[in-house]
Ligand binder design. Structure first.
Ligand code: ADP
Ligand code: MG
Length: 595
């Protein structure tokens, strides 16, 4: 179709406002245009995280000379002609806004030639005004170069993050399109270095290898969904085996009709399907595609088209959940009863009781189970322990490999082992740090400045390859990480050399530990540096603390409880969750009808 300006009637029906808020949104729009133009090869080149330059070259349809300037008018598109088309959108773009929005805030140069024409055209748009258009020899396809982004919008410019972070966002964006379009060959070059490339083989697995690396791709299982009834919904993709898990939900990637989307409910459907297979607070890695009739899904609801609305959301949810669950049950070893008991995370108390006493099985009634394992919220007013210190406690034992049962003068105490350990480590780290702030004059013995964590040099420095987003987070926090007890150095590209880590982390997998900590830092972006350091310390402590599901010896529990008793604020973990629940003697007696 030729490019035309949409009628005001259609414009009125379009979710308004293409948002160009960072370099990655420019790259996203340009890639979408290349795909819509039928390209088989899309090359992306960026300089300085996209600030200086972004260039997307494709071998697609090209733009006819007569329509080229019009492409930059607002609401000019070749993809929609009637309002009815809005109900069955099959292209990635449809609003005719992106090029106009990009050109308004940068310097754009287009070089394009439709295959059937012999000469191409060059067009320059500076801050929204066409300054040049003329014939020019060009390869078939389109090359769009965007320079000096936000040069004329200082407010936006100020909000751009450091180069590695913006480059990381662009890398993530490119990877998503590569996953959605395995038949298209993508490459990304950043400051002259090739940082990503897909083969265009048409096989999703090849893209997984390019995006995640062979080790992770090997742990992914093809998602198999039996078509159900007359439903038009099909679900496909790859999901991580349960042994592959991450600290955030971010690694669940969803596509609807090959459009990357964010959808909390569908992410939840994926995570839910792993129920009891992953350790507490860990999330799966998954790439899930939903295909359905375009009329069954509205893509015209969000300015950046990042969210969609399903006509039948329930169907989408159950479709995804069943597909994932079915695939897991078929391919992943079913966790044993004891394993399940170790990783339970939701209060299914009756079942837990059975799991905890597999020998006795049904002999324990749900009634007794409720009494034994009732969750705190179900108890009439379980007191959180008084405002300050804890009383001296006697450790009785461990429940569900998660809680320590203890007795004190005022009744029974349930201690969350993970939260409690986090608190202990956190206070120890802060007091280490405080010692350093008193300075060497008062601390005659130690002249070097103290770190929150003693660091432990690795026997052999490790080279970690981080995914681009985390590499960006690392670059932004490098100084701070090195201040608290890491010793990290950039090692070219997205690689980092790890020389030392906080002693409390040395027993864990360094790569995984660092990734988890960066993930936690990412989750709470906050510019306040002072708090940022405390948050980093809290993140290290969270990573180092004993986990729910770990069996503790009696001595370990005693030590933990003693240390918790010494804390300034023993009642909450550094993130504010309670560490201890208290059931008073009074309450217990009432509960058992003794009074
Ligand atoms: P939309 O994609 O919503 O139509 P854009 O502003 O992104 O709006 O693009 C306007 C028009 O310019 C498109 O409809 C298309 O006809 C043309 N166009 C943009 N980029 C390309 C490209 N890489 N190859 C061919 N045509 C393009
Ligand atoms: Mg577009």
């Amino acid at each position: 179709m030729p490019i035309r300006v949409l009628s005001s009637e259609i414009v009125g029906k379009i979710a308004a406002g293409e948002v160009i808020d960072r370099p990655a949104s420019v790259v996203k729009e340009l890639i979408e245009n290349s795909i819509d133009a039928g390209a088989a090869d899309v090359r992306i080149e960026i300089r300085e995280g996209g600030r200086r330059l972004m260039r997307v070259s494709d071998d697609g349809s090209g733009i006819p000379a007569s329509e080229l300037a019009l492409a930059f008018a607002r609401h000019a598109t070749s993809k929609l002609s009637s309002a009815a088309d809005l109900d069955r959108i099959a292209t990635l773009g449809f609003r005719g806004e992106a090029l106009a929005s990009i050109a308004a805030v940068s310097l754009v140069t287009v070089l394009t030639r439709p295959r059937q024409q012999t000469v191409g055209q060059i067009l320059v748009v500076d801050g929204g005004t066409v300054t040049r258009q003329e014939g020019r020899g060009a390869p078939a396809g389109t090359v769009i170069t965007v320079e000096h982004l936000f040069r004329n919008v200082p407010a936006r410019l100020k909000f751009l993050r450091q180069v590695p972070t913006e480059a990381g966002h662009i890398h993530t964006t490119v990877s998503r399109y590569a996953l959605a379009y395995p038949e298209v060959r993508f490459s990304l070059t950043a400051d002259g270095r090739l940082v990503f490339q897909s083969t265009g083989s048409g096989r999703l697995y090849d893209v997984l290898v390019a995006v995640y690396g062979p080790e992770i791709a090997e742990q992914m299982i093809p998602l198999e969904a039996a078509a159900e009834g007359r439903s038009t919904l099909s679900v496909s993709g790859y999901i991580g085996a349960p042994a592959l898990h991450r600290a955030s939900r971010r690694h669940i990637t969803l596509f609807v009709n090959r459009r990357w989307i964010q959808d909390r409910s569908l992410s939840h459907a994926v995570a839910e399907a792993y129920h009891a297979m992953l350790p507490v607070a860990r999330h799966p890695v998954a790439v899930v595609f939903l295909e359905l009739d375009p009329q069954e899904v509205d893509v015209n609801v969000h300015p950046t088209k990042r969210e969609v609305r399903f006509r039948n959301a329930r169907q989408a949810f159950t479709g995804v959940q069943r597909a994932v669950r079915g695939t897991l049950v078929e391919h992943a070893p079913v966790p044993s009863l004891t394993h399940r008991a170790r990783t339970w995370s939701t209060p299914e108390w009756g079942r837990r009781a059975v799991l905890l006493h597999p020998g006795q099985g049904e002999a324990i009634t749900t009634q007794t189970a409720m009494e034994l394992y009732r969750p705190a919220e179900d108890v009439a007013g379980p007191e959180r322990v008084g405002p300050v210190r804890l009383p001296l406690l006697r450790v009785v034992g461990q429940v569900g490999q998660t809680y320590i049962v203890a007795e004190g003068p005022q009744g029974m105490y349930l201690i969350d082992q993970h939260a409690a350990h986090e608190r202990v480590l956190y206070e120890q780290a802060l007091s280490e740090q405080a010692l350093s702030e008193q300075g060497p004059s008062e601390q005659a013995s130690s002249t070097d400045s103290r770190k929150a964590f003693a660091s432990q040099a690795l026997l052999e420095p490790a080279v970690l390859e981080l995914e681009p987003l985390l590499a960006g987070t690392l670059a932004e926090n490098l100084l701070m990480l090195n201040q608290v007890g890491f010793q990290l150095e950039p090692f070219g590209g997205d690689a980092t050399l790890v020389r030392a880590v906080p002693v409390i982390l040395t027993e864990s997998n360094v790569q995984q530990a660092l990734e988890d900590i960066l993930e936690m830092l990412r989750d709470r972006d906050d510019p306040l540096a002072a708090q940022a350091e405390e948050r980093l310390i809290a993140a290290v402590c969270k990573r180092a603390a004993v986990k729910a599901g770990q069996t503790l010896s009696h001595e370990e529990m005693e030590t933990l409880v003693r240390e918790l008793e010494q804390c300034e604020s023993p009642r909450t973990c550094p993130h504010g969750r309670p560490t201890v629940l208290h059931f008073s003697v009074d309450e217990l007696e009432k509960g058992f009808g003794r009074r």
